[in-house]
Design a protein around this ligand. Structure first.
Ligand code: AMP
Length: 222
């Protein structure tokens, strides 16, 4: 399968993308994770992205398009994947269409997770993340607490709250999200790819709804 996950920041895209990738053998490509790692390593892309990410603004389209195109231009591009956090603007969707065309890839579906702003603000304040590259597990103090408070279940790393998960930054991210989501959703709706899924409730329930909508395509070869 080749999937795109759309939805507001903190709606569970990262969690669902991780499950979809682990259970269906898809490569998980999260632009937020890639950018945070670039910032941590102070690469040229990371240094350029940092001021935008810390304020909750979108990084320029050309920067994130290059990051994704680079990932697909390696000798062994991902054939089955789930994209999480990209595209976020119509310009990015158009740029990604071009990447897909270069590889003769079709998308299987675009999953649009719907969660209200109030729930997002409540959820993100309780979110804790594992900062270890390659792990990146996320937790929620109520709905998905780690077994030992403050420690990652998978790798034992001390959990952190992301700098862009502060309430004022989350509000800024929601404003940016609402400004861009309409044209993006329309782009995929007219192509018959959009699948709208309620994103509230338990993680496994949301996952089951996604799989029901994908209608057994999980075993389909890309
Ligand atoms: P995320 O973890 O997906 O919520 O992304 C965290 C931050 O990374 C966002 O608030 C943006 O600053 C930046 N970012 C991630 N993906 C994109 C994208 N596709 N376009 C622009 N900025 C992005």
């Amino acid at each position: 399968m080749r999937l795109i996950l759309l939805g507001p920041p903190g709606c569970g895209k990262g969690t669902q993308a991780k499950l979809l990738s682990e259970r269906n053998g898809l490569e998980h490509i999260g632009t937020g994770d890639i950018l945070r790692e670039a910032i941590r390593q102070q690469t040229p892309a990371g240094l350029r992205a940092h001021p935008y990410v810390e304020k909750g603004q979108l990084v320029p389209d050309d920067l994130v398009n290059d990051v994704v195109a680079e990932r697909f231009n390696l000798n062994d591009p991902p054939k089955c994947f789930v994209l999480d956090g990209y595209p976020r603007t119509l310009a990015q969707a158009i740029a990604f269409d071009q990447v897909l065309r270069q590889h003769y890839f079709d998308l299987t579906a675009v999953i649009f997770l719907q969660v209200s702003d109030e729930e997002i603000i409540a959820r993100v304040g309780e979110r804790w993340s594992c900062p270890k590259p390659g792990c990146k597990a996320t937790y929620h103090t109520k709905s998905k607490p780690p077994r030992v408070p403050g420690v990652c279940d998978y790798c034992g790393t001390k959990l952190i709250q992301r700098e862009d998960d502060r309430p004022e930054t989350v509000r800024a991210r929601l404003v940016v999200y609402h400004k861009n989501i309409g044209p993006l959703v329309e782009h995929y709706r007219v192509r018959g790819l959009l699948k709208e899924i309620p994103g509230h409730g338990a993680i496994d329930k949301v996952y089951a709804s996604i799989m029901t909508v994908l209608n057994g395509q999980a075993k389909r070869k890309c």
